[in-house]
Design a protein around this ligand. Structure first.
Ligand code: TYM
Length: 341
């Protein structure tokens, strides 16, 4: 049976890339699938987080899920640290994954920077925890942005190695020959990699110092308008065909954002705006972005006023998540040979 899992880090500045690359997909998938959506607070602390801010950001991501239209009754919405199975399975995976596999992870290299000696060990094994998040539910499908593709490939490698290494122990327990499914990434549509509004060669990111590089989900209409008007472009009008966007990364990015917000393809957008000057296209994009994002930001701000309500949603989701995770962890422990109660 298909089961969807995905996670978002509570590290502040939730932005349009998170929304288009991930959260809108979460909303769509709830119509057709059982879905588990997780605020990954344990991933967040792989780099230093101020405790009070971590708490605030955890509630803010939860508010964003709900404001965007995720139904926490129909789906499971919770924060990672409340379900112990994530950490337990991550340890097993620390022993399944190979150093060489982790050494190839580009996100670790980017985040650790030059001072690798000083990066946390958690940052290094981050992808193992991510594999555990997914596989502790034996989830099959994972909606993410393009930047998570390599981590998903690693999760598949870990699942496969576990299934192989423990094959003899898995067989005869009623699971067939394989215990973990190989999770499939869902990376689709015109905005799987939203770029910075200031530099079409960098992805839009929570940690970029310039706030003009991204549209935050809590930005008001004025901020959205200003950031789009100031977004970097080139002097040519928009092309009418897709291949006219090649080697025009900023134009390509804005067209992709427009398409994703309007549930269209980039080709559709170029059919409507091909030949238009950027000033006109940007005005249309401001209207669209304000219409789509304004209500979400407003609702998020309302929801975070009532932390007890959000915490209750996370507690309920954690309980339901733990039921599944605990059951699977019993099986993992038996398979590995751990004596348990
Ligand atoms: P995080 O918190 O950095 O981002 C959350 C989601 O947003 C996507 N995303 C983007 N999509 C398009 N354009 C962008 N510029 C952009 N920036 C971010 C990310 O791809 C992600 O889908 N490691 C994950 C969190 C995680 C997870 C998991 C995801 C932990 N465990 C298990 C899936 C399954 C992360 O750091 O996402």
């Amino acid at each position: 049976k298909e089961l969807v899992f995905s996670g978002v880090q509570p590290t502040g500045n939730l932005h349009l890339g998170n929304y288009l690359g991930a959260i809108t997909k979460f909303v769509t998938l709830q119509e057709t699938h059982d879905c588990i959506y997780c605020v990954v607070d344990m991933h967040a602390i792989t780099v230093w987080q101020d405790p009070a801010e971590l708490t605030r950001n955890t509630r803010e991501v939860t508010a964003a899920f709900i404001a965007a239209g995720i139904d926490p009754k129909k789906n499971i919405v919770f924060n990672q640290s409340q379900v112990t199975g994530h950490a337990e399975l991550a340890w097993v995976f620390n022993c399944v994954a190979r150093m060489g596999w982790l050494n190839r992870m580009t996100q670790f290299k980017e985040k650790a920077g030059k001072d690798r000696e000083n990066a946390s060990v958690g940052l290094y094994v981050y992808p193992n925890l991510m594999a555990a998040d997914i596989l502790v539910y034996r989830a099959t499908h994972v909606p993410v942005g393009e930047d998570q593709k390599q981590h998903l490939e690693l999760a598949r490698d870990i699942a496969q190695k576990f299934n192989n290494d423990y094959g003899d122990s898995i067989r005869g327990r009623g699971f067939g020959d394989v215990f973990f499914p190989l999770p499939e990434p869902i990376i689709q549509g015109p905005a799987t990699r939203v770029m910075s509004l200031r530099d079409g060669s960098k992805k839009m990111s929570k940690s970029e110092p310039s706030d003009y590089s991204r549209i935050n989900l809590t930005d008001d209409a004025d901020a959205i308008a200003q950031k789009i008007r100031k977004a970097k472009t080139d002097p040519e009008p928009l092309p009418s065909e897709l291949k006219g966007l090649e080697s025009r990364p900023e134009a390509d990015n804005l067209v992709g954002i427009f398409a994703a917000l309007d549930h269209k393809t980039k080709a559709d957008v170029l059919r409507d705006y091909g030949g238009a000057q950027f000033s006109n296209f940007k005005s249309a994009l401001v209207d669209l972005a304000v219409t789509k994002l304004g209500p979400i930001g407003g609702e998020m701000k309302k929801l975070v006023q009532d932390p007890a309500h959000i915490d209750a949603i996370l507690a309920d989701g954690s309980e339901r998540a733990a039921k599944i995770a605990d059951e699977n962890m019993k099986a993992v422990k038996d398979i590995v040979g751990f004596v348990r109660r």
